[in-house]
Ligand binder design. Sequence first.
Ligand code: 4AZ
Length: 237
Amino acid sequence: MVGGQEALPWQFQWQAALKEEGRFRCGGVYLGGCWVLTAAHCVRAKPELFRVMLSLWHKTKPLDTTEAVAVKNIIIHKDYNPRTYQNDIALVQLEELGLFEKCLHPNPTVRPVCVPWSTLQFQHGDTCTLTGWGKNREGVGSDVLKWTNVTITGNCEDHYKDRFLDGMECAGDSDSCHGESGGPLVCKDASGLSYVWGIVSWGEKCGEAGSPGVYTKVAHYFEWIRFHIGRSAVTKY
Ligand code: 4AZ
């Protein structure tokens, strides 16, 4: 992340981290039940190789509340295109605990974010919050979770031309960078509810004025998410 400041432990309770073979790979966001949302380009390996970390703050030093959960299944959008990054979205289904139909121990430090149901809920000019452990301007990843405000922008077609495709969103001012991928851009509605508006996907630079970061526009995939989670997340949470 270019700019931004360190979060407090437990400040962003929906934040997830994906580790692959024990190494930090990407961000993610908890949707409730046994489901975590991330970018498709983050999870191009077998489920067995991943662990989802929740209630994590320092990348390598877990808190007492940190949970590391195995992955049962990964659902990558069938139209994900690794060349264009279109449909860069994936659902990570967590492994259940023992006999219970639950994937987490009771943990008040982990809470889900809402999934936006309409692409009109937030718009150009709205300020939202990006969180992650990605690289700063010097190319160094952060040990502790950081956050920054970003503004949803409308100038992406102008800037990225035909690389800006359906299901993508742009945001600027502060910027995401390598290591933030899969993590959330969260917007609050007037009543204070938090929605995952974007998933960090790609960009040509980090933190250059006039070169916005590109996000997967989650509202565009509401039906896809609902189809795959079905009633499981709703009934189990
Ligand atoms: C990356 O390499 C990356 N500034 C993520 C986001 C952006 C650029 C690069 C957007 O994962």
